[in-house]
Write a protein that binds this ligand. Structure first.
Ligand code: NAD
Length: 295
């Protein structure tokens, strides 16, 4: 079994991005700029946004964090997005999800201009992804692709099983793995909460991607020997032995699945770090496409 180390792979991606930023700056251009909006003070969201901002700084991007009160109205939030859409100095915009219940997530996703949609959630980018066109790929499945690339994992002709059909992870993951590309060409089965005889399907997976949000759901008996296991799940579970009071768990029962797998991602230290690598790659792409105005 070999570990798919998100720390190593994301460092390699970030190094390449940093070199590209330096090259742009040496030509007298400004740095790429990501704007993040955080509504309220959800602990996990705070951590994710802080990490995104920190990673921007590490590779020479500028970042702006806009914190809004939990009670902000949808109209006010949309007005902030409109300002960022119209600001030529901003290349990428992300609004950290989930949002408070009184705000319609879909309205927010659709308000971000597709050319600045570095999370890749806008229907225009989702539609382009489906048709194999150039687009912003949602950061988490993009991160998984970058990880597979980094470790040279062959996907062509393999049976990939994806657990979870969300618009941000499972569904785009299934499209990427089935696309005619160097990290695609799989035969893909997409499973969800209504899938029957799930274990009989996961047992056929050469590549198994778990993105359901149920801690340690995938057990050794559900996995084919020598499968590649990608664990996207991140759930906080109460753990009184930790200072924080919680532990982070993936969707895979790591200790029993790892000995059976050929490659496996740890949680934490796997896909989460690659998600940031995907986001930063998208931000540089937005910046380069925005180069007419980058002075
Ligand atoms: P979601 O709640 O939107 O979707 C969960 C999916 O799992 C649904 O499609 C549902 O049908 C499916 N599902 C639920 N129970 C199932 C079962 N018993 N069998 C098969 N399928 C089942 O979640 P999401 O936003 O896609 O996130 C999934 C997980 O990935 C969460 O733990 C989330 O925290 C994590 N996540 C991690 C990253 C990262 O950077 N590593 C990024 C995004 C999400």
């Amino acid at each position: 079994m070999q570990m798919l180390d998100g720390k190593l792979a994301s460092a390699a991606v970030k190094k390449q991005l940093q070199e590209k930023v330096l090259a742009h700056i040496s030509q007298g251009k400004r740095a790429p700029h990501l704007a993040a909006i955080l509504v309220g003070s959800n602990g996990a969201s705070e951590t994710y946004v802080a990490s995104k901002v920190k990673n921007c700084e590490e590779i020479g991007f500028e970042s702006t964090l806009i914190r809004l009160d939990e009670k902000v109205t949808e109209v006010e939030l949309l007005a902030h997005i409109e300002q960022l859409n119209n600001n030529e100095g901003i290349d990428g915009i992300l609004v950290q999800l989930p949002l408070p219940k009184h705000i319609k997530e879909q309205a927010v996703i659709e308000a971000i201009h597709p050319s600045k949609d570095v999370d890749g959630f806008h229907p225009i980018n989702a539609g382009k992804l489906m048709q194999g066109m150039d687009c912003f790929i949602p950061a988490t499945p993009y991160g998984v692709v970058l990880l597979l690339q980094h470790y040279g994992i062959e996907t062509k002709g393999k049976h990939a099983v994806v657990l979870g059909r969300s618009n941000i992870v499972g569904r785009p993951m299934s499209i990427l793995l089935s696309n005619a590309s160097a990290t695609g060409n799989c035969t893909v089965t997409l499973c969800h909460r209504n899938t029957e005889n799930l274990a009989s399907i996961t047992q056929q997976a050469d590549i198994l991607v778990a993105a359901i949000g149920i801690p340690e759901f995938v057990t050794a008996d559900m996995v084919k020997p020598d499968a590649v296991i990608i664990d996207v799940g991140i759930t906080r579970v109460v753990d009184t032995t930790k200072k924080s009071g919680f532990a982070i768990k993936g969707d895979v029962k790591f200790n029993e699945v790892a000995p059976k797998a050929s490659f496996i991602t740890p949680v934490p230290g796997g896909v989460g770090l690659m998600t940031i690598a995907g986001l930063l790659t998208n931000t540089l792409k937005a910046y380069e496409q925005n180069s007419v105005t980058v002075g």
